[in-house]
Design a binder for this molecule. Sequence first.
Ligand code: DGJ
Length: 505
Amino acid sequence: MTTPHFQNYSGQSVLMVNDKPFIGLAAECHNSSASSSAYMSKIVWPRVCALNINTLLTPIYWEVVEPKKGQFDFSSVKDLILSAQSNHVKLVLLWFGLWKNGRSDYVPEWLKQNSSTQYAQQRSGKHLYSISPADRRTVDYDVKAFGKFMAYLKQIDADDSTVIMVQVENEVGLLTSDFNYSIDKESVLRTSLPTGLSEGRSETLLSQFGSQAGEYYMAWLYASAIERIAFEGKKHYSLPLYVNSWLEKPLGQPGTYPTGGPTARMLKFWKKVAVSIDLVAPDLYVPNFKEVCDEFSAPQSTLLIPETRQDLQTVSNLIYGISHYNLCLFSPFGAEDFFSKDVISDSRLLNAISIDADAFDWHQTGPVLAQTYSLLSGLVPLLVQKRQLPQMHSFRIAQPADRGRRVKLSNCEVIVHFSKQAENNSPSAGFILELTPEEFIFCGVNIRIELEALNQEKSIGLLKLEEGRMKDGEWHTGRVLNGDERVNIEINAIPKLLKIKTHVY
Ligand code: DGJ
C-alpha cells in the first residue's frame, strides 16, 4: 500500500489513504490530553468515538519525546497509534516543537535552559518566551528531533498508515510584537531576500514590501525554519505535512496575531519558501466561515480545517464545506468536550487566545455532529467524485434575512427555504446532489424544499421520498415517507439524507 498522499483524482487533488480517497471527519483533542495515556483511554477515546469520527488530531510533545538531549522516547507515540488502531480511527499528529501559538512552551528543559538559546525580543528589549527562528543552532535541534520522529513513524506505521498527516509546529509567528527586535530591523530591511523571493536583484525588503517589510521578513524567517524542519521530516517519511494559521483579525496589527505566521495575506509567500509543506490550513473559529474558506482554498488545491468551532454553527459549516469545497479534513477543537458533563469554558483563556466564547459552546453539538459524521461517512466516495461537478448544489444561510435559494435541476426547480435563524440551532445549510435527471439526494439541517416544474404548464410529482444513508456505494432505505410525512419535504435540527425521485405530469 502507498503512503498517504495527495493525488489528482477526477480532476481534483484528493487525500489518498490506504489507496482510497479519504476525507477526515475529525476532531482535535485538547492540548494536554495526549500527555497521559490513562487520560486518553479513560476520557478521550470513549468520548471521541461517540462522535463517529474517522480521524483524531492529537499533539506530540517535543519535551516528552526528547526529555534528555539526544535521547528519544517515542512510547507516547506508539501508545497513540495502538489505541487509534483498536478504535479504528486514523491520526493526524501535531508536532508541538519549537513553537506553539507563538510561544516556545513545549521545548525540552535542556534546551530552554541552554545559555546560548536565543529568545525573541520586543522593541523595549524585553525577551519573549519564544525562541528566535533566526537562531539556526536551536532550529537544528528541532530539525533533528522532527526527523527522528518521522523516521519512527515510518518504522512503526508505514504498513498500516494509521497516521495520515503531520502538522509541523502550531500557529507559528511572534505574539505581542510586530518584529523580533533581537535583529537590527533598520539594516535588515535594507537587504534583499534570496533570489526567487525578491523580484529584482537590487530590490530591498523595504522597496519590495513597503510598510509590510518587517512582517514579510518575519514570515521569511519562520517559513525558512519550518522548511528545514519539514524537509528533514519528509526525507525520513514522506507523509503529507501542513502548517496551521492563527487568522489575522480585521483591523489587527502584526503581534495581535502571530507576526510572520502563515496568514491568508502571507500564504503565497509562505508556500514559496516552505516548499515541503503541502498545505496551509486555517484555524477557523470566526463567524465568516465562507470568506475564510475562499481565501485559503483559492490558491491551494485542497482545503484543510484542522481546528474549528464547537457550537452548532460547526454542523452547518461542515455540511456546506464538505460539499462546496475540495475539503480534505474538518476538525472541531476540544474533541472530548462534546459528550462531557463537567467541562466549564474558561473565559480568561478564550480572551488570551482571542476566540469568542460562543465558538466554544459545545453543549448541544455532540449528538448533532455525531449524526452528521455518521451520515457523511457513507457519502465520502460520492462526494469526492461529484462535489466539483455541476450536479452538486450547496447552500448555507449567509445572514439572518437570507430566506433561501432557487436551484435549477435537470427535471425541476427546487426552492430551498432557510429556517428563521434561532439561537441554539444550526444555521440552515444543505446540499442537493443529482444522481440522475429524475433522482437526487438532499442533505441538510433546518431546511425545507419545494419542487416546481421547469415548464409552467406542468407539475412535479414524487415517485419516491425516502430517508436513508449511503453505505459501500449503495443507498440503504430507512422510512419511506408518504402521507402526512410527504406534505413538507423538510429537515429539522437533526441532519438527514433524503433520496427523492420526481416525475413531470
Ligand atoms: C488554537 C491553538 O492552535 C490550539 O492548540 C488551542 O490552543 C486552541 N487555539 C484554543 O484552545
